[in-house]
Design a protein around this ligand. Structure first.
Ligand code: A3P
Length: 296
């Protein structure tokens, strides 16, 4: 069973490692042209990473296939072992795409910006995020054990309470929740090297959002390129591809459920009125910022 690591007073989600996060902060340097997709879990990370990957390698089929093979341990800054950075730095890609679920304080943002790295912060309405996270946890293999049931209960009401009370190990300080993750990144909102992308905006108008991402990442694209990427990164297409990969792997193990339904507004089937109101109150911390949510 995965252990929970701790660093800087924060407990990490299973699979993420404190010593890797620390090594990354202190000893590793990203390169000019790299893109970091930073986000809280279940807010559209895979989607945006795939969009960036296609923007970089849409016209280079060979590289498209290789970049797809960089797995979770290489791609997420805080996963795997610190020695993975040697491998990562030897990868033959002109531009690399990393992910991270850490709050901004745990990432040496100044170093990234100074090195010419572009950071995309993806965010999503917290009610759909929580329902997505709840389902995701049910697909984790260790979820049946008593220990994990206490932290990530299979009962929705209990899960809601442990999450909103800030008791789960998700890289935040005890008592903190998703809103604090957003606020940590919001400190960099006006930085030209940081782009905020809202899940619901991407769903509503993928063409203009993808064009914006291309522009931000300094990739020249035609209208047709963008249209092709919109199609190739639709929920349906990405789910189909993931299902194909799962069948091809033939490991017999079910992969984690990343592509569940990709909709907005599904939270209404789960939240009670009281739960919805409590979350609204929690997110009042964002009053006065440019961050607001579409819940429909
Ligand atoms: P749901 O569980 O609500 O379906 P992450 O990549 O950060 O783990 O986020 C996963 C969530 O993003 C899941 O939400 C998943 O379905 C959704 N998602 C992934 N790819 C998507 C796409 N191409 N379009 C819309 N939503 C997508």
């Amino acid at each position: 069973h995965p252990e929970i690591d701790e660093w800087m007073g924060r407990q990490f989600f299973p699979g993420f490692r404190a010593k890797t996060a620390e090594f990354c902060f202190e000893n590793w340097s990203p390169k000019k042209g790299d893109v970091l997709v930073a986000s809280f879990m279940k807010t559209g990370t895979h989607w945006v990473r795939e969009i960036v990957r296609q923007l970089f390698y849409q016209h280079d089929k060979e590289l498209v296939d290789v970049t797809k093979k960089i797995g979770f341990f290489f791609a997420y800054l805080e996963s795997g072992l610190p020695c993975k950075f040697d491998v990562v730095d030897d990868l033959p890609f002109p531009r690399r795409i990393f992910g991270s679920h850490m709050p901004a304080e745990l990432i040496n943002v100044e170093k990234y910006v100074a090195n010419g790295v572009k950071i995309i912060y993806v965010y999503r309405n917290p009610k759909d995020q929580l329902v997505s996270f709840f389902h995701f946890m049910q697909s984790m293999q260790f979820q049946d054990t008593q220990k994990w049931q206490q932290i990530f209960p299979s009962n929705w009401n209990k899960f809601y309470d442990s999450f909103t009370n800030g008791e789960q190990p998700i890289g935040l300080e005890k008592g903190q929740t998703y809103v604090d993750h957003i606020l940590s990144w919001y400190k960099h909102y006006n930085n030209d090297s940081v782009l905020f992308v809202k899940y619901e905006d991407l769903k509503k108008d993928p063409h203009s959002m993808i064009s914006r991402i291309a522009n931000f990442a300094e990739v020249d694209v035609t209208k047709d390129d963008v249209t092709a990427i919109v199609e190739n990164t639709s929920f349906k297409k990405m789910k189909e591809n993931a299902d194909k990969e799962e069948t091809a792997a033939q490991s017999g193990e079910k992969m984690l459920t990343i592509f569940r339904n990709g909709k907005t507004g599904g939270w209404k089937d789960y939240f009670t009125v009281a739960q919805s109101e409590k979350m609204d109150r929690m997110f009042q911390k964002l009053d006065g910022t440019d961050i607001f949510f579409n819940y429909e």
